[in-house]
Design a protein around this ligand. Structure first.
Ligand code: NAD
Ligand code: DAU
Length: 361
């Protein structure tokens, strides 16, 4: 086993590319990045490290067992971190198949190949090996306004095809630890935001639409609550869990930043009004209330006490500092946004927003 090599899956997506860029820039060792390059995966997210010999990119599906087997045998990693997933709730409502295929069947196939690789390692390498599965707070379901935040002990109550598929993958990971002894770690994080966030998700979509003079679509009345964490803080937390987490444990990750969607959109409009004022009026004038998401979870909130107390992790960014950084990143990367919003993205806009009474494409 090469003690400095790790494998990351889904490292060309939003969180994965932030993780990969940071890992390589911090010179933490060789990183082999396996990604299928779906609509959400983008090599441009990795441009800054494209010539770095510590980054090896492999274009493959986590469900392709032959490709995963070859990768593991060739690179002999000390850890596999699984970020790869279909990640957008609205897409899971329109087409759940890909979510079952990648998040459930794909994770199963990956686990099987990792198990075979791990079982063939010498005993001391088996003990230090880790399989870290990146998951979401959505597996816990939805909270009422006065409920306590999600703890690791909350029951799983997923409500969308996306969260159900992630819950299924979490259960498989748990079972591989209990049944086979595979040294697994699972992280359940709240909503991320930051650079390279694909503009199908609320925050980048609102920034992009605001600057394009388009409506800012708010589902329902905008009172749904999400708990926001800057993506670099999530990546730091994953590195801490990988280094210090106990095999078989799960860790909730969040920044104690609950906001209603309307508050988030107001904040984005106010920052844009300061950073790039319109000729007349405010970006708030573009806000439009549209038909709600079916089965829309009311509230997510993460209790991050366990990771804070046992691993000493704390977020560096407040929502106020992180969201301003994010707006500035989008203002400075208009060409990235233009490129990722051409092609398939236009089709998605007409599919999702036409039925909500808005034409955004
Ligand atoms: P994303 O959609 O931006 O990126 C997913 C990446 O996985 C893409 O690069 C895509 O090409 C790749 N991928 C998809 N299917 C694949 C397959 N079958 N084989 C190999 N690669 C494949 O997602 P994200 O927002 O970066 O989320 C990453 C992970 O973090 C996911 O597991 C998600 O459930 C979890 N998560 C996301 C958030 C969030 O707020 N975005 C919060 C908590 C947890
Ligand atoms: O909680 C973690 C999850 O956060 C991750 O597991 C998912 O991968 C990630 O996509 C995210 O899921 P959400 O559904 O919370 O994120 P999204 O950005 O799609 O929506 C955030 C909130 O904003 C949600 O209440 C729906 C609402 N919304 C979203 C869009 C795209 C709108 O009001 N209008 C929109 O156009």
């Amino acid at each position: 086993m090469h003690t400095d090599t790790i494998v990351v899956t889904g490292g060309a997506g939003f969180i994965g590319s932030n993780f990969v860029n940071a890992w390589v820039k911090l010179k933490l060792g060789k990183l082999v990045n396996l990604d299928k390059l779906t609509y959400a995966g983008n090599m441009e997210n990795l441009a800054e490290i494209s010539h770095d010999p510590d980054h090896v990119f492999i274009h493959a599906d986590i469900g392709d067992r032959a490709a995963v087997k070859t990768l593991l045998e060739t690179h002999k990693p000390r850890a596999v971190l699984n970020f790869a997933a279909e990640s957008h709730v609205d897409r899971s409502i329109h087409g759940p198949d890909a979510f079952i295929q990648t998040n459930v069947v794909g994770t199963f196939n990956l686990l099987e190949e990792v198990r075979a690789y791990w079982q063939a390692l010498p005993v001391e390498s088996q003990q230090s090996f880790r399989f870290l599965h990146v998951s979401t707070d959505e597996v816990y379901g939805s909270l009422e306004p006065n409920d306590p935040a999600f703890k690791e002990t909350n029951p799983y109550q997923p409500n969308s095809p996306y969260s159900a598929s992630k819950a299924a993958s979490d259960h498989l990971v748990r079972a591989y630890h209990h049944t086979y002894g595979l040294p697994t770690l699972t992280t359940n994080c709240s909503n991320n935001y930051g650079p390279y966030h694909f503009p199908e998700k609320l925050i980048p979509l609102v920034i992009h639409n605001a600057l394009s003079g388009k409506p800012l679509p708010i589902y329902g009345n905008g009172s749904n609550i999400r708990d926001w964490l800057y993506v670099e803080d999530h990546c730091n937390a994953i590195r801490e869990v990988l280094a210090k987490g106990l095999p078989g444990e799960t860790y909730n990750i969040g920044g104690w930043n609950e906001k209603t969607n309307l508050d988030v959109v107001h904040t984005l409009c106010d920052i844009l009004d300061q950073e790039q004022p319109k000729a007349q009026g405010s970006y708030r004038d573009q806000i439009t209330f549209v038909k709600d998401r079916p089965g829309h979870d009311l509230r997510y909130a993460i209790d991050a006490s366990k990771i804070e107390q046992t691993l000493g992790w704390k977020p560096q960014e407040t929502f106020e500092t992180g969201i301003r950084k994010t707006v500035r990143w989008y203002l400075e990367h208009t060409q990235w946004v233009e490129r990722v919003t051409s092609g398939e993205y236009q089709h998605w806009l007409s599919t999702n927003y036409h039925e909500r009474g808005e034409e955004l494409a």
